[in-house]
Design a protein around this ligand. Structure first.
Ligand code: ADP
Ligand code: MG
Length: 376
């Protein structure tokens, strides 16, 4: 999907939002969420949930599908986008939408604006999309596992990105100012200028090289490694200074492979400067040079985390072997899922109803209550 269909944000109601949120919650442990379950956890005063779901299917925010054991609804990409964008508009973080300015491997980037028409950058994380293509001919079961995980992976990726950006911004690192996030969407300052890969020549390659290497070391001393420190993730602003972007894959310097990731980041810069600017230097940082002076990694709790992209790659490689994410509160158990609806106790349902209420409350909360520790 290229352009976001944002017209829909205007005419869907609070009840539609609640129904979609109920499907989202249901998808935590159901690949397909039975209509009766949606109705039960959406808990609308006047009922009518089935009619609303039918309308939402027409708008392609939901699909109704036949499963092996039972039929039900699931959120589409557009449905998930809608929930996040509606929440961000309700919170008055964004007021209008512009053009798509980038397509990454795992994201779509748009310009947006706030109520005062200040331009901002919106990043939609889209992990697990590639899974769809690769699993076409696999068994239903595998398809289900992976389809359920894109919500989870994309949300984790955005949450981690926001948390890192906030922690780095608070420490005066040159990163875009983080504004807010919701589900798989991050809103941040729009960087003027362009990625280093678009820069044909610089007046002072040595100066820029030193600046980038110093950044790698400063990050390392805080306990983190960018992990993808290349010419696509280094923006050059109007004053020819670097601004670093793209953080979901950041790792702790305590990670077992930390030195490898550190050396790779350093090598990326060296090789690019040699190739593009003909600049080479014997001076470059080594992992053993690092002198830890901050605990950014533990603040974000990234040390034990697997890199999001690795988790995703593992999904592709080991198709069907479950997610091994330690903090997972929503590990899907659809391998045992038969008549999922009947297995839910009244207590389970009550939990889900509360989660729907909490989620809607969170989506309506004013922006200033957000902290960097809101990971997961
Ligand atoms: P991915 O994880 O998919 O690589 P990135 O965060 O690297 O996504 O963003 C992809 C591209 O979008 C970048 O190379 C850059 O050109 C553009 N971009 C990303 N963030 C911003 C921003 N804050 N301001 C301006 N352009 C951006
Ligand atoms: Mg990138």
């Amino acid at each position: 999907m290229g352009k976001l269909d944002v017209a829909i944000l205007r005419y869907l109601t609070g009840e539609d939002f609640r129904v979609l949120t109920a499907v989202e919650m249901g998808m935590k442990n159901h690949e397909l969420v039975p209509g009766s379950l949606v109705a039960s956890i959406a808990n609308l005063r006047h009922g009518g949930v089935h009619k609303l779901m039918k309308e939402l299917c027409k708008h392609r925010l939901l699909t109704y599908e036949r499963g092996k054991h039972y039929d039900g609804y699931r959120l589409t990409n557009a449905g998930y986008d809608y929930l996040a964008l509606k929440a961000l508009t309700n919170r008055k973080v964004i007021a209008s939408f512009g053009n798509q300015i980038g397509v990454g491997k795992e994201s779509n980037i748009y310009t947006v604006a706030d109520e005062d028409r200040n331009p901002l950058c919106l990043k939609l994380h889209r992990l697990g999309r590639t899974c769809f293509r690769n699993i076409k001919d696999k068994r239903d079961y595998h398809a289900h596992r992976n389809r359920a995980s894109w919500l989870y992976l994309s949300r984790i990726s955005a949450t981690k990105e926001f948390a890192y950006m906030k922690a780095l911004y608070d420490r005066d690192f040159p990163v875009p100012k983080p504004i807010d996030f919701n589900r798989h969407c991050v809103v941040m300052q729009l960087v003027t200028g362009g990625p280093l890969t678009h820069v044909a020549s610089v007046a002072d390659p040595e100066g820029l090289y030193d600046e980038l290497m110093n950044l790698i070391v400063r990050l390392g001393n805080c306990g983190v490694i960018h992990g993808d420190f290349n010419e696509f993730n280094i923006m050059i602003d109007e004053d020819n200074h670097p601004i670093i972007i793209d953080f979901p894959q950041m790792v702790s310097t305590s990670h077992p492979n930390a030195e490898l990731y550190f050396d790779r980041d350093v090598r990326c810069v060296r090789e690019f400067f040699k190739k593009r600017f003909g600049y080479e230097s014997d001076l470059y940082p080594k992992f053993s040079d690092l002198e830890r002076d901050d605990e950014l990694d533990t603040e974000i709790a990234c040390s034990g985390y697997k890199r999001t992209r690795d988790v995703d790659n593992e999904l592709l490689e080991q198709m069907g072997i479950g997610l091994q994410v330690s903090d997972d509160e929503e590990e899907s158990d659809d391998d045992q899922e038969t008549e999922a609806n009947t297995k839910m106790t009244e207590q389970d349902l009550d939990e889900l109803r509360k989660e729907v209420d909490a989620s809607i409350q969170n989506d309506e909360r004013p922006i200033h209550q957000i902290t960097s520790k809101t990971v997961n």
